[in-house]
Design a protein. Structure first.
Length: 98
């Protein structure tokens, strides 16, 4: 199988420290932690995207998309983008839409 070399992302030390801090924090959402692990791995020259995709249960395309998004908007790429629609309302009887 022919493999193209990975496109390494340039990351500032401040971004790296923030991602590592999120990974150490036990309260970080797992989807955010997964994205942080992906971005940190993509700064390493020996990363093979196919192997990384298997480790984090994502597709190669999802990894490339996250890398492009990081290059465009920075560290905010690890958080979910705003969604359209009415926000959830929590009532005294439980969560759900009214």
């Amino acid at each position: 199988m022919r493999r193209r070399p990975p496109h390494l992302i340039e990351m500032s030390q401040a971004d790296r420290r923030q991602l590592e801090s999120l990974l150490r924090d036990g309260r970080t959402e797992q989807r955010v932690a997964r994205r942080a692990r992906i971005l940190l791995a993509m700064t390493e020259p020996d990363t093979i995207v196919e192997h990384l995709a298997e480790q984090v249960a994502q597709t190669r395309f999802a990894i490339w998309y996250l890398c492009r998004r990081y290059e465009e908007i920075g560290i905010e790429a690890i958080f979910d983008a705003p969604r359209s629609g009415r926000p959830w309302e929590i009532s005294p009887l439980g969560a759900g839409r009214d």
